[in-house]
Structure formats: structure tokens, C-alpha cells
Design a protein around this ligand. Structure first.
Ligand SMILES: Cc1cc2nc3c(=O)[nH]c(=O)nc-3n(C[C@H](O)[C@H](O)[C@H](O)COP(=O)(O)OP(=O)(O)OC[C@H]3O[C@@H](n4cnc5c(N)ncnc54)[C@H](O)[C@@H]3O)c2cc1C
Length: 381
């Protein structure tokens, strides 16, 4: 495995880092407090190519690979997890589903505006009663003449209110039939789409999470991505890749928390010396750094496999599970290192602490990652 960073991967990291310092850091606590989705910021990221990193140039994207993508998310998430989450959901769930399974006409129609973030994307799988167990989904699409009519509610959808394009996986066959689900791409202008409740969240507060309600939402056959009945299998493949982006998100949050902790430990004095001189703090920093390094290796291993077109079910789950748990543990240690100041909103670590928890839940919980890994290990044995 050779994880040496290419020139383009380094450039994306630098671009994202500079952008995050200038356009995100000064505003992130205002967005967090008011739960504002920073649409202008996401559009500016689109102008820089960060919202279409994986989209080929022929469809208006940057045409880069997973190393660049991981670097971009890490640098954004080092500053703000919410913007990192929005970037991940837009790129690897919505746009990547269209790129992976759309026909030429659908790619030409949707990808150029998604790649520049002129249009914001959402991806809707989860429902109120079906999170981990997506196969039991109740949201349906029924055929009426030449049209499909969608009814039901998707929940926890990133950009559920503000997205322009929604990729939704809904039931078109029998309950529990793994070939009874189909993916549709739907435009917000469709009168059958309504935005429901927006969640008031612990963390990731600037990344909008809301219900999407389909109320006699009529679409033509052209709205189907791939073939009828393929939706569930498509979703699982998209999540395999999507998990690399959540791994990158966790990695970024953990790195941000460690950087802040090192700086603070050198500055903060107690008992006449910087707290960094206490072994208790130094050992904490050492553990944080080692866990992050291990997470980075797992994430780039999965990214490398994805770049090579290999199956990443197990590697993506390894990366996602490990870095998510590391993000939570590192953010927790960071708050401890900051002491009372870490418990306030004047310092960055309380936000890392709140944001990190999403990583162990979104795109498959840590428990589901273990289930995926175990299944892969036991296959054929
Ligand atoms: C901020 C945010 C953004 C999100 N964005 C999107 C999005 O854009 N699109 C989308 O479709 N969804 C999105 N989600 C939904 C997310 O993917 C689900 O929350 C997640 O899959 C878990 O589902 P659930 O919340 O229903 O939990 P449940 O499935 O009800 O799980 C509850 C608990 O039971 C455990 N559990 C469940 N089944 C098993 C099992 N078989 N074995 C062991 N333990 C189990 C879980 O690990 C968890 O600890 C988002 C969620 C959040 C919080």
C-alpha cells in the first residue's frame, strides 16, 4: 500500500484548509447556535470544486479520486464538522448515486449543477421506523399509467429542506423483498414534495437534517436511477463508499481536536508550568495521536481500494467504525485537557465533542459496521 500524497491531493488539502480558515472559522459558532445551513458557503465550496471532487470533468466536476476527496473533507471537518457532513452527503451520497447508477441523460442533466453546488443534493433512505433496518421501508412508489406516484416520509435527511435534487430509495415491491425497492431522482420543484420537521440537534447543527414528505409525488419513468427493483443493492453500494467520507469526517474532527489540545496544553499553566509537562496530559495526547494515525491508515486504505475499483464493504466499515469511535474519544479527551474552558462555547473543543457523536450513528451505526465486518469475515467460511 502506497499512501504517498499526490500533488493534486496536496492541493485539494491546501485549498480546503485555506477556505475553512477564511470562510468557515469566523462564522461557525453563529451557524451552530442558530442552526443555519450556510448555503453561500457551500456554493463557494462548489466554485472551488469541493462539492464535485469525484464527478468527472465531462459532467462539470473536478474529476479527482478518493485521496483528494478524503483530504478535502478532513480539512473542512478540522474546522467545522457540520460543513464537512454537508459536503459528504452532497458528494458521496446524492451526486455519487447519480454518477454510479444514472444513465447518460440523467448524468448530463443533474451532475453539472450538483458539482458546482448551484444545486444542493440530498439522499433519502431512512424512515421514522426504519433506520438500520432499511429493508422494511414503508415509503412507496406505485405505477399509474406512465407515471410513478410516491407517498410516505423519509426522515433524518441531510438537506431535507434546502436541497434542489433528492435521490430517494422507496418501495416498489413487497415488504422484505430485497428487490422490491427502486431509486428515483426528484427535483424540489415537484409539487408532491414537502419538507417536514427540521431536527434540533446536539451537534452538526449547521448541517440541516429534516423530513422529506412525498405526498402524491408524481414522476416519470425517466426519474428511475438504474433499473426498477435495484434500489436496495444500489444503496448498499453507495453506503460502502459513503462510509469512507464519514471516516474522513471523524478523522477531521479528531485532528482538529488534537491540534487545539496540543496548542492549549503548551499555553495553559498550572502549578507553575504548562500542563503539557504533566505526564497525564502528555500520555493523553500520545494516545489521541496514535488513534488518529491508525484511523488515517484505515481511511486511506479504503480510499486506495476505492480508487482501484475494488470492493470496499469491509475496508469502508473498518475505517468508518474506527475513526468514528476515535473522533468521540479524542474529542472527549480534548474537553478534559481544556478543563472548565473546554466546557464552554468560547473554545472549539465542546463543538468537536458534540459533532463527533454523529459519526458513530450516520450512514450505519458502529454496531451496524461491526455487523457488516462480521458478515464479510464469515462469508464463504
Ligand atoms: C445528523 C444526521 C444526518 C443524517 N443524514 C441522513 C441522510 O442524509 N439520509 C438518510 O437516509 N439518513 C440519514 N441519517 C439517518 C441515519 O443514517 C440513521 O440515524 C442511522 O442509520 C441509524 O438509524 P436509527 O437512527 O433509526 O437507529 P436504529 O436503527 O433505531 O438503531 C438504534 C440503536 O440500535 C442499534 N441496532 C439496530 N439494529 C441493530 C442490530 N441488528 N444489531 C445491533 N444493534 C442494532 C443501533 O446500532 C443503535 O444503537 C442521518 C442521521 C443523523 C443523526
Amino acid at each position: 500500500m502506497d499512501f504517498e500524497q499526490t500533488e493534486s491531493a496536496r492541493m485539494v488539502a491546501q485549498t480546503a484548509k485555506d477556505f475553512a480558515e477564511k470562510e468557515i472559522r469566523p462564522y461557525l459558532m453563529d451557524w451552530d447556535e442558530s442552526q443555519t445551513l450556510p448555503l453561500d458557503c457551500l456554493r463557494k465550496m462548489g466554485e472551488l470544486g469541493l462539492m464535485g471532487i469525484l464527478v468527472p470533468e465531462e459532467y462539470g466536476g473536478a474529476g479527482l479520486g478518493y485521496f483528494e476527496y478524503v483530504n478535502g473533507i478532513v480539512e473542512i471537518a478540522k474546522v467545522c464538522g457540520s460543513v464537512g457532513l454537508s459536503m459528504a452527503a452532497h458528494n458521496s451520497l446524492c451526486s455519487n448515486h447519480i454518477l454510479s447508477f444514472g444513465n447518460e441523460a440523467q448524468k448530463k442533466k443533474y451532475l453539472p449543477k450538483l458539482a458546482t453546488a448551484e444545486h444542493l443534493g440530498a439522499w433519502a433512505l431512512t424512515e421514522p421506523n426504519t433506520g438500520s433496518d432499511a429493508m422494511r421501508m414503508k415509503c412507496t412508489a406505485k405505477k399509474e399509467g406512465n407515471e410513478w406516484v410516491l407517498n410516505g416520509t423519509k426522515c433524518w435527511i441531510t438537506h431535507g429542506k434546502s436541497s434542489d435534487i433528492i435521490v430517494a430509495i422507496v418501495r416498489t415491491g413487497e415488504l422484505l423483498d430485497s428487490h422490491g425497492m427502486t431509486t428515483f431522482v426528484i427535483e424540489r420543484t415537484n409539487p408532491g414534495i414537502k419538507a417536514g420537521k427540521k431536527e434540533n440537534k446536539l451537534g452538526m447543527r449547521a448541517s440541516e437534517t429534516a423530513e422529506v414528505i412525498f405526498d402524491n409525488c408524481r414522476v416519470s419513468e425517466d426519474a428511475i436511477l438504474g433499473k426498477e427493483g435495484e434500489g436496495f443493492q444500489q444503496a448498499m453500494k453507495i453506503l460502502d463508499g459513503g462510509r469512507i467520507s464519514i471516516a474522513a469526517l471523524g478523522l477531521g474532527i479528531a485532528k482538529g481536536a488534537l491540534e487545539a489540545s496540543i496548542k492549549y496544553a503548551k499555553e495553559r499553566e498550572q502549578f507553575g508550568q504548562p500542563i503539557a509537562h504533566f505526564q497525564a496530559i502528555g500520555f493523553k495526547l500520545a494516545d489521541m495521536a496514535m488513534q488518529i494515525e491508525a484511523g488515517e491508515l484505515l481511511t486511506f486504505q479504503a480510499a486506495d481500494a476505492k480508487n482501484k475499483g475494488k470492493k470496499v464493504t469491509k475496508l469502508g466499515a473498518f475505517a468508518k467504525y474506527h475513526t468514528s469511535e476515535v473522533a468521540v474519544s479524542v474529542a472527549n479527551d480534548a474537553v478534559q485537557i481544556f478543563g472548565g474552558y473546554g466546557y464552554t462555547k468560547d473554545f472549539p473543543v465542546e463543538k468537536f465533542y458534540r459533532d463527533s457523536k454523529l459519526c458513530t450513528i450516520g450512514e450505519g451505526t458502529s454496531e451496524i459496521q461491526k455487523l457488516v465486518i462480521a458478515r464479510e469475515l464469515l462469508k464463504g467460511n
